[in-house]
Design a protein around this ligand. Sequence first.
Ligand SMILES: [Cu+2]
Length: 170
Amino acid sequence: MTSRHAIAAFTVALAFAGAARAHVAIVEASGLPGGAMTVTFRISHGCKTLATTGLRVELPPGVVAQTIAKPGWNTVVSPATASAPATVTWRGGPSPERTADTFPLGLRLPSAAGPLYFPADQICGDQTVRWGEIPPRGSTTGALSHPAPVLIVGDAPAAPTGMAVHHHDP
Ligand SMILES: [Cu+2]
């Protein structure tokens, strides 16, 4: 194992460590620099007692998105402006309060390695829950209460984050 591989593997391990507390997260742990891939944003439940009616994610600079049809939902990509990042917004559903749901998106990744954060707003009618916390460089999202979804760009193989089971007190 080269040191470059070791670093990538370690970074993916950090991503796994953060996944257990992630409530809105990207299922795939990693992707290849410059690669095209389909990622899946997963919500674990609604906003406390409310059903989910929308999800909006901010795209990191250098990431290009292509919508993928999701039955019952309308998906819109909005380009970046001088003051705001590009976003992808899904509207539809609703996804019931205690139900997980998945939102697929095609991505073209930048060529630089490193973590990419996708701050997200989970929309439940007129309420919004922000999943936008980004950890200090080199640390994990594990200690954050509302971490942003993260994808690691590196040369480790993609692997699921094992977040199928999710439990906490609301
Ligand atoms: Cu949760």
